[in-house]
Structure formats: structure tokens, C-alpha cells
Design a protein around this ligand. Structure first.
Ligand code: ZN
Length: 255
């Protein structure tokens, strides 16, 4: 398995990161995509990557909830980091109107700038969106006909949004939410083909059942994989194979 979205460089893991990494390996997680949030997380992420260089990759971007009036400086830093060639994706980027809509227009501007960067550097997008599918699809429409590709991380939309994302060339990132009792995600997924999915944790957030409420970690992703297998009535091994292949192709991970 490949955990395509993780923040295990965070201070939540400072006490036991080695143990978390070994547990991941033991659970069958062969590699982990470290995803940036804002200008304060870059150094930590790079440090974690250098310690676990054989099994981690990095994505660089400015998260929508970190966008404020001064976002231009953050974007300049993101661009100069991307230019180094050390990154496999632009992320996480997107539009989030769940917590706060104050910076909606700036979020859209920052997102579209980072879509341009993904096209300029030929890298896939890791998209975060919450309560903003309409705005997000409107932004993507501006780039129609260009080489858009990537993943809707922690996909939380309905069947129409899922189909639209896939038709635009994106994968759906599936994490712990699919295991929650009140989640509509299993029903949405069951109406799709299982071949456009990626596994992810979003650690430390969104732990799958039976770890819900605790700090998440890559080893727990097996519970997500098993749930997807049951939704599609296929084997866990088949889910491993399909999602790993998808992640390798999207992020060009062959080595
Ligand atoms: Zn994230």
C-alpha cells in the first residue's frame, strides 16, 4: 500500500516517529506521501523526508485555510521549492469554505496560481476541498484542455462530484471516513468502478474505525483498504494492487 496523504512530520509524532514508521512497514505500507500545509511546515517535512528518504515522497503547496492577505509570499516560497525538483506533487491546495469564507476570493486566486504551477512543472495536484465543489470545479474549468491531473484528497462529495472529478482526470483519495457508520461514501463508491481510487490516511486526522478519535497513522490504513474491499466485494489484495498502481502512475514513483 501507499499512503498518498500524510502529515507524520508533525509534532504529534516527535515522540515515536520511528515506531510509527516501522508499524507502517509491518502493516504493508511501502511508502508515504508527505504533504505540505503552509510556510511553517516546510522545514519539518523536509527533515522527516531526509530521515526516511527510502520510503517517503513530498508534495509542496499552500493549504486553502492558510491563505490570508499575505498569501503572495507563501506562494513565492512554494514556487521556489517546486523549482528544486524535490517534489512529486503540488499540494495540498484547494478551496475550503467550511470554517470561514472571509478569504474565499483569495483562496480561489491562490488555488488557480498553484494549478498553474502544477501545469508548469508537470506535477499532479493534491486537492483539498470542503463545502466548495462548485467553486473548485469552476476554477478547474478555466484550465480545460490542459494537462490537469491529480487527486481529490479525502474525497467527500456525492456521486455527481465523483463522476465529474474522474472525468476531469482525477483520482479519489479515500481515507478513514469510509469506515464511519454515518458516512455516505461507501454508497457513493459502490456506484463507481474501483479503479480510480487512492488510499490515504491524512494522519494525524481522520483515523478509521476502530481507531476513530485517536491519532491516525499509516499502519491504520489497512482498515480503510479492508472497507473498500468489502464495498466492492473484491479482495484486500486486489485493492492493494489497484491503489498502489494508481499512486505509482500518478506520482511517477517507479524505482
Ligand atoms: Zn492533509
Amino acid at each position: 500500500m501507499i499512503d498518498t496523504h500524510s502529515h507524520i512530520y508533525g509534532e504529534e509524532y516527535d515522540g515515536d516517529r520511528d515506531a510509527v514508521m516501522s508499524a507502517a512497514k509491518e502493516a504493508g505500507v511501502e511508502s508515504i506521501m508527505l504533504v505540505n500545509v503552509d510556510t511553517t511546515t516546510i522545514d519539518r517535512m523536509k527533515q522527516a523526508h531526509s530521515l526516511y528518504a527510502d520510503c517517503t515522497y513530498m508534495a509542496m503547496g499552500l493549504h486553502p485555510t492558510s491563505v490570508t492577505e499575505s498569501f503572495a509570499a507563501g506562494l513565492a516560497l512554494v514556487d521556489s521549492e517546486l523549482r528544486t525538483g524535490a517534489y512529486r506533487a503540488v499540494g495540498e491546495v484547494g478551496i475550503d469554505l467550511y470554517w470561514d469564507t472571509t478569504y474565499k476570493d483569495l483562496q480561489i486566486e491562490a488555488f488557480e496560481s498553484q494549478v498553474e504551477m502544477s501545469l508548469a512543472y508537470g506535477l499532479p495536484l493534491i486537492i483539498h476541498t470542503r463545502k466548495a465543489f462548485a467553486e473548485l470545479f469552476a476554477s478547474l474549468k478555466r484550465f480545460q484542455g490542459r494537462e490537469l491531473h491529480g487527486v481529490f484528497h479525502c474525497f467527500g462529495g456525492g456521486i455527481e462530484e465523483a463522476k465529474k472529478a474522474i472525468s476531469l482526470g482525477f483520482y479519489l483519495g479515500i481515507g478513514g471516513v469510509v469506515t464511519y457508520k454515518n458516512s455516505s461514501l461507501p454508497d457513493v463508491l459502490s456506484r463507481l468502478s474501483p479503479d480510480r481510487l487512492l488510499l490515504e490516511t491524512d494522519a494525524p486526522y481522520l483515523s478509521p474505525v476502530p481507531y476513530r478519535g485517536k491519532r491516525n497513522e499509516p499502519a491504520y490504513m489497512a482498515a480503510v483498504r479492508d472497507k473498500i474491499a468489502s464495498v466492492f466485494s473484491i479482495t484486500a489484495q486486489k485493492v492493494d494492487e489497484m491503489t498502489t498502481k494508481n499512486a505509482q502512475e500518478l506520482f511517477k514513483l517507479e524505482r
